[in-house]
Design a protein around this ligand. Structure first.
Ligand code: G1P
Length: 289
């Protein structure tokens, strides 16, 4: 079955990014010339998806406004003769159909996904976490869609991390089927140091099947007292084959201060307008240290 929809949970408070995220959703923090959430939406669009479902909460209306048509801004820009900028702004509101659902309580990622059950219905769907930016030739979601066509099963995107970092991720233990593809045997959310030998960390890209909703319904609070998507996925993996995929590309954790800075540098070095001067500046700065 074709994958037509993508869920992007954006309800989190962004505590890792305080005080910057106190009055502004962390997803609206800028990377070069656009908010991080726009990169995520652009990845979805580039992968041929038809509809996005944002899971929002109070204080996140700026995200919806960013993808909305702004009549007043349109009028002002046209009056000033700034037609090109106007087209660019309007393009954002025409990228893709967006629906929003509210996560009324901060009960975790699993709960956020569960709130979309009526909007998603009985079809496979993608999940993209707003913190995780992936720079790649082929969009990460597109890579997962291609693999899904072959495997017809849920897939989580993974990357290798150091043993000191495994306690920050959902970790997959699996059997390698071929280069970059593993069948999942076990998953654990943020394992305590020394409790897993695996270095395969889930990043914020999932291709899920609607069976996950029944699993989430039964999932009790896990790590951090939250309903964890990883726990529901593990329950599902005991019933049917599920896969982990080592995607090609570089992932940035833009919800973390250092990861955010790394993302800015990487995207600026690829930006058609600022890249040349920025590269020169970086070289000069580095020479001084
Ligand atoms: C979430 C998931 C975790 C995954 C991570 C990737 O955790 O629960 O399994 O490894 O995203 O970014 P969070 O970072 O939201 O705590």
């Amino acid at each position: 079955m074709n994958v037509r929809k993508a869920v992007i949970p954006v309800a989190g408070k962004g505590t890792r990014f305080l005080p910057a995220s106190k009055a502004i959703p962390k997803e609206m923090l800028t990377i070069v010339d656009r908010p991080t959430i726009q990169y995520i939406v652009e990845e979805v669009v580039a992968s041929g998806i038809e509809e996005i479902v944002f899971v929002t909460s109070q204080g996140k209306s700026a995200i919806e406004n960013h993808f909305d048509y702004d009549f007043e801004l349109d009028t002002i820009l046209r009056q000033k003769g700034k037609d090109a900028l106007c087209e660019e702004i309007n393009h954002i509101s025409n990228l893709i159909d967006i629906t929003t659902v509210r996560q009324k309580k901060p009960l975790g990622l699993g709960h956020a996904i569960w709130t979309t059950r009526n909007v998603i219905g009985d079809e496979p769907f993608l999940v993209l976490l707003g913190d995780d930016l992936v720079l790649s030739k082929v969009p990460c979601c597109q890579q997962m869609l291609t693999l899904h066509q072959e495997l017809d099963a849920p897939i989580v995107a993974i990357q290798r991390v150091s043993p000191e970092e495994t306690n920050q991720y959902g970790i997959v233990e699996g059997t390698q089927l071929r280069e970059g593809v593993y069948q999942i045997d076990r998953m654990v959310e943020k394992p305590a140091p020394g409790t897993t030998d695996s270095d395969l960390a889930i990043i914020g890209r999932y291709l899920l099947t609607p069976e996950i909703f029944a699993m989430l319904e039964k999932t009790t609070p896990g790590h951090g007292g939250e309903i964890q998507l990883t726990d529901a996925l593990l329950a599902l993996a005991k019933q049917r084959p599920m896969y982990a995929y080592e995607f090609s590309g570089t992932r940035f954790d833009a919800g973390d201060k250092l990861g955010y800075l790394k993302a800015i540098v990487a995207y600026a070095l690829r930006h058609p307008v600022v890249c040349k001067e920025f590269k020169k500046h970086i070289k000069e700065v580095c020479a001084d240290f």
